[in-house]
Write a protein of this length. Sequence first.
Length: 235
Amino acid sequence: MELADNLVDRYDVIEVLTLLSDRCVAVIDVSAAGVMLAQPDGVLQFVASSNESMRILELFQVQASEGPCMEVFTNGSALVNHMLHASGDRWPHFTPRALAQGVKTIHCLPMRLRTTTIGGLNLFHTDPQELSEGDQAVAQGLADMATIAILQHRTSNDAKVLTDQLGIALESRIVIEQAKGKIAQDADCEMEAAFSRLRAYARNHNLRLTEVAQEIVDGSLGVAKVNVPSDQQVR
């Protein structure tokens, strides 16, 4: 499995979680997927997504402090086959925004470390489609694998290690967003295209995504070298 192949000694948390989102879309046939993780203070933050629309919706959950991932993170239970039109007042700010982006059905699965929930995997359908028990099991398995990936090669019951690893993941996300902004500005392209170019450069040069992003942000790697459409980059 491609996701497992990325769990090597120098794996990049953001790359693994972005790949998790991509694989959910491909394998489970959902419209979009995204991952949110908790900071050490317990506040959820967006980390990775399958597309830019999902990123914006995930960020809105954080801003509004409501939504499926917020709920699942709080109670630790999966939320599956939730039809947004039936939400009522459950998420008064999030629901209209999600409906406006064409989302019809939402699923959210907890990312757990033993009895501790560290985040959530969001799955969105743009049609009123339900998730089968088999697909739910696959999605939860992917979420569990991603949780293990975050803490790979570490002592899983060490609370300080958990805090450190989650902090690194969230800091990496900030650097990547800054690098995406520089690429998008230089090429006058959408943020999603900028991220594709960033990922392609990292993969083609056998580098960690966060390392490339940091080099772009600090200026040690010229944006022009990365700013080539991902399907044109030379391996």
